[in-house]
Design a protein around this ligand. Structure first.
Ligand code: CAA
Length: 257
Protein backbone atom coordinates (compact mmCIF):
# COMPACT_ATOMS: atom_id res chain seq x y z
CA UNK A 1 0.00 0.00 0.00
CA UNK A 2 1.33 3.39 -0.94
CA UNK A 3 0.26 6.87 0.07
CA UNK A 4 -1.78 7.40 -3.09
CA UNK A 5 -1.89 3.98 -4.76
CA UNK A 6 -3.73 1.08 -3.16
CA UNK A 7 -3.53 -2.54 -4.23
CA UNK A 8 -5.85 -5.40 -3.37
CA UNK A 9 -6.54 -8.96 -4.46
CA UNK A 10 -10.11 -9.19 -5.73
CA UNK A 11 -11.77 -12.27 -7.21
CA UNK A 12 -9.44 -15.21 -7.81
CA UNK A 13 -6.59 -14.11 -9.99
CA UNK A 14 -7.48 -10.41 -10.22
CA UNK A 15 -5.28 -7.67 -8.78
CA UNK A 16 -6.76 -4.20 -8.38
CA UNK A 17 -4.62 -1.06 -8.50
CA UNK A 18 -6.40 2.17 -7.53
CA UNK A 19 -4.92 5.64 -7.28
CA UNK A 20 -6.51 8.09 -4.95
CA UNK A 21 -5.25 11.65 -4.75
CA UNK A 22 -8.57 13.49 -5.05
CA UNK A 23 -7.32 16.87 -3.90
CA UNK A 24 -5.17 17.01 -7.05
CA UNK A 25 -7.60 15.09 -9.28
CA UNK A 26 -5.25 12.08 -9.10
CA UNK A 27 -2.46 14.04 -10.81
CA UNK A 28 0.53 11.78 -11.40
CA UNK A 29 3.40 13.25 -9.42
CA UNK A 30 6.66 11.42 -8.81
CA UNK A 31 5.29 9.63 -5.75
CA UNK A 32 2.18 8.41 -7.57
CA UNK A 33 4.23 7.24 -10.55
CA UNK A 34 6.67 5.41 -8.27
CA UNK A 35 3.85 3.75 -6.33
CA UNK A 36 2.11 2.75 -9.55
CA UNK A 37 5.30 1.13 -10.83
CA UNK A 38 5.76 -0.68 -7.49
CA UNK A 39 2.17 -1.96 -7.63
CA UNK A 40 2.70 -3.34 -11.14
CA UNK A 41 5.99 -4.92 -10.08
CA UNK A 42 4.24 -6.56 -7.10
CA UNK A 43 1.44 -8.02 -9.24
CA UNK A 44 3.84 -8.97 -12.03
CA UNK A 45 5.81 -11.14 -9.60
CA UNK A 46 2.72 -12.71 -8.01
CA UNK A 47 1.70 -15.92 -9.81
CA UNK A 48 -1.70 -15.73 -8.12
CA UNK A 49 -2.46 -12.57 -10.14
CA UNK A 50 -3.41 -13.28 -13.74
CA UNK A 51 -5.05 -9.98 -14.73
CA UNK A 52 -4.91 -6.44 -13.34
CA UNK A 53 -7.61 -3.80 -13.10
CA UNK A 54 -6.42 -0.21 -13.01
CA UNK A 55 -8.79 2.44 -11.68
CA UNK A 56 -8.87 5.91 -10.24
CA UNK A 57 -11.74 7.08 -8.07
CA UNK A 58 -15.46 7.37 -8.84
CA UNK A 59 -15.04 10.98 -9.95
CA UNK A 60 -11.74 11.06 -11.78
CA UNK A 61 -9.33 8.63 -13.43
CA UNK A 62 -6.33 10.98 -13.55
CA UNK A 63 -5.82 14.61 -14.58
CA UNK A 64 -2.36 13.96 -16.00
CA UNK A 65 1.12 14.77 -14.86
CA UNK A 66 1.38 17.10 -11.87
CA UNK A 67 1.52 20.59 -13.39
CA UNK A 68 2.40 22.22 -10.05
CA UNK A 69 5.39 19.91 -9.62
CA UNK A 70 6.84 20.74 -13.03
CA UNK A 71 5.79 24.35 -13.70
CA UNK A 72 9.23 25.79 -12.99
CA UNK A 73 11.28 22.79 -14.12
CA UNK A 74 14.01 23.02 -16.76
CA UNK A 75 14.46 20.50 -19.55
CA UNK A 76 17.41 19.10 -17.59
CA UNK A 77 15.24 18.70 -14.48
CA UNK A 78 12.63 16.84 -16.53
CA UNK A 79 15.25 14.58 -18.08
CA UNK A 80 16.26 13.49 -14.59
CA UNK A 81 12.89 12.82 -12.94
CA UNK A 82 12.99 9.05 -13.49
CA UNK A 83 9.46 9.27 -14.83
CA UNK A 84 10.31 7.17 -17.86
CA UNK A 85 11.43 4.27 -15.67
CA UNK A 86 8.01 4.12 -14.02
CA UNK A 87 6.18 4.19 -17.36
CA UNK A 88 8.47 1.41 -18.61
CA UNK A 89 7.37 -0.92 -15.81
CA UNK A 90 3.75 -0.54 -16.95
CA UNK A 91 4.66 -0.76 -20.62
CA UNK A 92 6.51 -4.04 -20.07
CA UNK A 93 3.85 -5.57 -17.82
CA UNK A 94 3.15 -8.93 -19.45
CA UNK A 95 -0.25 -9.73 -17.92
CA UNK A 96 -3.48 -8.23 -19.30
CA UNK A 97 -4.55 -4.86 -17.87
CA UNK A 98 -8.17 -3.67 -17.81
CA UNK A 99 -8.67 0.04 -17.07
CA UNK A 100 -11.88 1.29 -15.45
CA UNK A 101 -12.22 4.97 -16.32
CA UNK A 102 -14.59 7.30 -14.50
CA UNK A 103 -14.44 11.07 -14.98
CA UNK A 104 -11.39 12.79 -16.41
CA UNK A 105 -8.59 10.88 -18.13
CA UNK A 106 -6.42 13.77 -19.27
CA UNK A 107 -2.83 14.05 -20.45
CA UNK A 108 -0.80 11.43 -18.61
CA UNK A 109 -4.14 10.05 -17.32
CA UNK A 110 -5.32 9.35 -20.86
CA UNK A 111 -1.87 7.96 -21.66
CA UNK A 112 -2.05 5.72 -18.59
CA UNK A 113 -5.44 4.39 -19.71
CA UNK A 114 -3.90 3.69 -23.12
CA UNK A 115 -1.28 1.46 -21.43
CA UNK A 116 -4.20 -0.86 -20.61
CA UNK A 117 -5.26 -3.64 -22.97
CA UNK A 118 -8.99 -3.15 -22.45
CA UNK A 119 -10.65 0.14 -21.41
CA UNK A 120 -14.07 0.19 -19.76
CA UNK A 121 -15.42 3.75 -19.49
CA UNK A 122 -18.24 5.13 -17.42
CA UNK A 123 -20.61 7.14 -19.61
CA UNK A 124 -19.48 10.39 -17.96
CA UNK A 125 -15.79 9.75 -18.64
CA UNK A 126 -13.84 12.26 -20.70
CA UNK A 127 -10.58 11.58 -22.50
CA UNK A 128 -8.15 14.24 -23.66
CA UNK A 129 -4.58 15.24 -24.36
CA UNK A 130 -4.61 18.88 -23.21
CA UNK A 131 -0.82 19.27 -22.92
CA UNK A 132 -0.68 21.81 -25.75
CA UNK A 133 -2.78 24.18 -23.62
CA UNK A 134 -0.05 24.32 -20.99
CA UNK A 135 2.72 24.76 -23.53
CA UNK A 136 3.98 21.21 -23.83
CA UNK A 137 3.28 17.99 -25.70
CA UNK A 138 2.27 14.54 -24.39
CA UNK A 139 5.22 12.79 -22.78
CA UNK A 140 4.00 9.25 -22.11
CA UNK A 141 3.04 7.99 -25.53
CA UNK A 142 0.07 10.23 -26.39
CA UNK A 143 1.23 11.17 -29.88
CA UNK A 144 2.03 7.54 -30.67
CA UNK A 145 -0.57 5.35 -28.93
CA UNK A 146 -3.51 7.68 -29.57
CA UNK A 147 -2.72 7.80 -33.30
CA UNK A 148 -2.39 4.02 -33.45
CA UNK A 149 -5.71 3.66 -31.60
CA UNK A 150 -7.89 6.18 -33.43
CA UNK A 151 -6.06 7.15 -36.62
CA UNK A 152 -4.43 10.40 -37.73
CA UNK A 153 -7.37 12.76 -38.03
CA UNK A 154 -9.12 12.08 -34.72
CA UNK A 155 -5.74 12.01 -32.94
CA UNK A 156 -4.59 15.27 -34.52
CA UNK A 157 -7.81 17.01 -33.49
CA UNK A 158 -7.45 15.90 -29.87
CA UNK A 159 -3.71 16.61 -29.72
CA UNK A 160 -3.71 19.95 -31.54
CA UNK A 161 -6.79 21.47 -29.84
CA UNK A 162 -6.45 19.82 -26.43
CA UNK A 163 -10.26 19.41 -26.41
CA UNK A 164 -11.49 16.35 -24.50
CA UNK A 165 -13.92 13.85 -26.00
CA UNK A 166 -16.85 12.11 -24.31
CA UNK A 167 -16.92 8.39 -23.54
CA UNK A 168 -19.40 7.91 -26.40
CA UNK A 169 -17.12 9.70 -28.88
CA UNK A 170 -14.08 7.85 -27.52
CA UNK A 171 -15.94 4.59 -28.04
CA UNK A 172 -16.95 5.51 -31.59
CA UNK A 173 -13.33 6.29 -32.49
CA UNK A 174 -11.98 3.08 -30.93
CA UNK A 175 -10.35 4.58 -27.85
CA UNK A 176 -12.40 2.50 -25.40
CA UNK A 177 -13.60 -1.10 -25.44
CA UNK A 178 -16.94 -0.61 -23.75
CA UNK A 179 -19.07 2.17 -22.20
CA UNK A 180 -21.24 1.40 -19.18
CA UNK A 181 -23.18 3.36 -16.56
CA UNK A 182 -20.79 5.36 -14.37
CA UNK A 183 -21.45 3.27 -11.28
CA UNK A 184 -20.77 0.07 -13.23
CA UNK A 185 -17.34 0.83 -14.69
CA UNK A 186 -15.25 -0.75 -11.96
CA UNK A 187 -17.61 -3.72 -11.53
CA UNK A 188 -17.59 -4.41 -15.26
CA UNK A 189 -13.79 -4.09 -15.46
CA UNK A 190 -13.47 -6.58 -12.58
CA UNK A 191 -15.91 -8.93 -14.29
CA UNK A 192 -13.91 -8.85 -17.53
CA UNK A 193 -10.66 -9.31 -15.60
CA UNK A 194 -12.00 -12.29 -13.65
CA UNK A 195 -13.12 -13.89 -16.89
CA UNK A 196 -9.60 -13.44 -18.30
CA UNK A 197 -8.10 -14.74 -15.03
CA UNK A 198 -9.95 -18.03 -15.49
CA UNK A 199 -8.43 -18.49 -18.94
CA UNK A 200 -4.92 -19.88 -19.56
CA UNK A 201 -2.37 -17.24 -18.54
CA UNK A 202 0.34 -18.33 -20.98
CA UNK A 203 -2.07 -17.87 -23.88
CA UNK A 204 -3.22 -14.49 -22.48
CA UNK A 205 0.37 -13.29 -22.15
CA UNK A 206 1.26 -14.39 -25.68
CA UNK A 207 -1.84 -12.78 -27.18
CA UNK A 208 -0.96 -9.48 -25.47
CA UNK A 209 2.66 -9.70 -26.62
CA UNK A 210 1.72 -10.56 -30.20
CA UNK A 211 -0.88 -7.79 -30.53
CA UNK A 212 1.41 -5.11 -29.07
CA UNK A 213 4.53 -6.16 -30.98
CA UNK A 214 2.56 -6.76 -34.18
CA UNK A 215 1.53 -3.11 -34.43
CA UNK A 216 5.12 -2.17 -35.23
CA UNK A 217 5.98 -5.10 -37.48
CA UNK A 218 5.48 -5.88 -41.14
CA UNK A 219 2.49 -8.26 -41.42
CA UNK A 220 4.64 -11.19 -42.58
CA UNK A 221 6.91 -10.91 -39.51
CA UNK A 222 3.92 -10.70 -37.18
CA UNK A 223 2.35 -13.76 -38.79
CA UNK A 224 5.58 -15.77 -38.46
CA UNK A 225 5.77 -14.82 -34.76
CA UNK A 226 2.11 -15.75 -34.28
CA UNK A 227 2.51 -19.14 -35.98
CA UNK A 228 5.63 -20.01 -33.97
CA UNK A 229 3.86 -19.01 -30.74
CA UNK A 230 0.70 -20.90 -31.75
CA UNK A 231 2.73 -24.09 -32.20
CA UNK A 232 4.46 -23.57 -28.83
CA UNK A 233 1.05 -23.58 -27.10
CA UNK A 234 0.95 -27.35 -27.74
CA UNK A 235 3.81 -27.74 -25.28
CA UNK A 236 1.63 -26.37 -22.46
CA UNK A 237 -0.50 -28.34 -20.02
CA UNK A 238 -3.20 -25.72 -20.40
CA UNK A 239 -3.68 -26.65 -24.07
CA UNK A 240 -4.23 -30.30 -23.11
CA UNK A 241 -6.54 -29.30 -20.26
CA UNK A 242 -8.55 -26.85 -22.41
CA UNK A 243 -9.10 -29.25 -25.30
CA UNK A 244 -9.75 -32.32 -23.12
CA UNK A 245 -12.23 -30.34 -21.01
CA UNK A 246 -14.06 -29.33 -24.19
CA UNK A 247 -14.29 -32.93 -25.38
CA UNK A 248 -15.29 -34.19 -21.92
CA UNK A 249 -17.91 -31.40 -21.63
CA UNK A 250 -16.52 -30.03 -18.35
CA UNK A 251 -15.09 -26.71 -17.15
CA UNK A 252 -11.31 -26.43 -17.69
CA UNK A 253 -8.96 -25.73 -14.80
CA UNK A 254 -6.02 -23.78 -16.19
CA UNK A 255 -2.82 -23.90 -14.14
CA UNK A 256 -0.60 -21.59 -16.17
CA UNK A 257 1.76 -24.40 -17.13
N1 CAA B 1 -1.56 18.80 -11.84
C1 CAA B 1 -1.56 19.38 -10.63
N2 CAA B 1 -2.69 19.74 -9.98
C2 CAA B 1 -3.85 19.50 -10.60
C3 CAA B 1 -3.92 18.89 -11.87
C4 CAA B 1 -2.70 18.53 -12.50
N3 CAA B 1 -2.65 17.91 -13.70
N4 CAA B 1 -5.23 18.79 -12.23
C5 CAA B 1 -5.95 19.32 -11.22
N5 CAA B 1 -5.12 19.75 -10.24
C6 CAA B 1 -5.46 20.42 -8.98
C7 CAA B 1 -5.91 21.85 -9.23
O1 CAA B 1 -4.81 22.69 -9.36
C8 CAA B 1 -6.73 22.10 -8.00
O2 CAA B 1 -5.86 22.40 -6.92
P1 CAA B 1 -6.22 23.53 -5.85
O3 CAA B 1 -7.40 22.98 -5.10
O4 CAA B 1 -4.97 23.63 -5.02
O5 CAA B 1 -6.56 24.76 -6.63
C9 CAA B 1 -7.40 20.75 -7.73
O6 CAA B 1 -6.60 19.78 -8.42
C10 CAA B 1 -8.78 20.67 -8.30
O7 CAA B 1 -8.73 21.05 -9.67
P2 CAA B 1 -9.88 21.91 -10.37
O8 CAA B 1 -10.39 22.94 -9.43
O9 CAA B 1 -9.33 22.36 -11.68
O10 CAA B 1 -10.98 20.76 -10.54
P3 CAA B 1 -12.14 20.65 -11.62
O11 CAA B 1 -12.93 19.46 -11.19
O12 CAA B 1 -12.82 21.97 -11.80
O13 CAA B 1 -11.39 20.33 -13.01
C11 CAA B 1 -9.86 19.11 -14.41
C12 CAA B 1 -10.77 19.06 -13.19
C13 CAA B 1 -10.68 19.29 -15.69
C14 CAA B 1 -9.15 17.75 -14.45
C15 CAA B 1 -8.86 20.27 -14.30
O14 CAA B 1 -8.27 20.24 -13.02
C16 CAA B 1 -7.73 20.25 -15.32
O15 CAA B 1 -7.93 20.66 -16.46
N6 CAA B 1 -6.51 19.77 -14.92
C17 CAA B 1 -5.33 19.82 -15.74
C18 CAA B 1 -5.38 18.79 -16.88
C19 CAA B 1 -4.11 18.84 -17.70
O16 CAA B 1 -3.75 19.83 -18.29
N7 CAA B 1 -3.40 17.68 -17.78
C20 CAA B 1 -2.20 17.54 -18.55
C21 CAA B 1 -1.01 17.64 -17.65
S1 CAA B 1 0.52 17.54 -18.52
C22 CAA B 1 0.77 15.88 -18.80
O17 CAA B 1 -0.02 15.04 -18.45
C23 CAA B 1 2.07 15.52 -19.49
C24 CAA B 1 2.18 14.09 -19.89
O18 CAA B 1 1.89 13.72 -21.01
C25 CAA B 1 2.71 13.06 -19.01
Amino acid sequence: MGEFVKTSLEQAGVGLIRFDRPEARNALNEVVRGELAAAFEQFGADDAVRCVVLAGTDKVFAAGADIKAMAEASAEDMANTGGEAAWQVIRRFAKPIVAAVNGWALGGGCELAMHADIIVAGEGAKFGQPEIRVGIIPGAGGTQRLTRAVGKFKAMQMLLTGEPVSAADASAMGLVSEVVADDQALARALEIASRIARLPPIAAREIKRLVLSGVDKPLDDGLIDERRTFVSMFDTEDQKEGMRAFIEKRRPDFKGK
